[in-house]
Design a protein around this ligand. Structure first.
Ligand code: DQA
Length: 147
């Protein structure tokens, strides 16, 4: 069975009360529950991790080497400036998909740039919590067909 590490970066622990007009009312625990249910249907194992700290996220990405087959990551604001997270994803060389709950392209200009996207297999943005499940589906297809 393939294992996917589902990573969430800074402020995503505040989902549920944080800017509900932008991010909706589901908590991270709610999202993780539906992702776990989707994973089960897809025959994937999932491991969840959230941190507000760049180094902790990098350590978890490094730990995925040999313990996970793919990564789904919402890097939060680190998306826009963390070359260190980008380098960590590139280093472990696992298929990774970036997820954003909001459509970053219709928000402030600083959110239009993702320094992490170039090392990802793909990006899902603007579709809300279902984005994590779409990313899992895409990884399942990638594991099966290598696309
Ligand atoms: C986000 C978008 C980022 O710009 C922001 O800093 C976040 C969440 C999203 O899921 O839409 O924290 O990654």
């Amino acid at each position: 069975m393939k294992t996917v590490l589902v990573l969430n970066g800074p402020n995503l622990n505040a989902l549920g009360w944080r800017e509900q007009g932008v991010y909706g009312s589901m908590t991270l625990a709610d999202i993780e529950r539906s992702v776990a249910a989707s994973a089960e249907k897809l025959g994937l194992a999932v491991r969840f991790f959230q941190s507000n700290h760049e180094g902790a996220l990098i350590d978890e990405i490094h730990a995925a080497r040999g313990t996970a087959d793919g990564i789904v990551m919402n890097p939060g604001a680190f998306t826009h400036y963390s070359y260190a997270i980008r380098d960590a994803i590139a280093a472990v060389d696992l298929p990774a998909i970036e997820v954003h709950l909001s459509n970053v392209y219709k928000r402030e200009p600083f959110r239009h740039v993702s320094v992490t996207a170039p090392v990802m297999l793909g990006v899902v943005a603007g579709l809300g919590p279902i984005g994590y499940e779409l990313a899992l589906q895409a990884l399942a297809a990638h594991f099966e067909h290598g696309r």
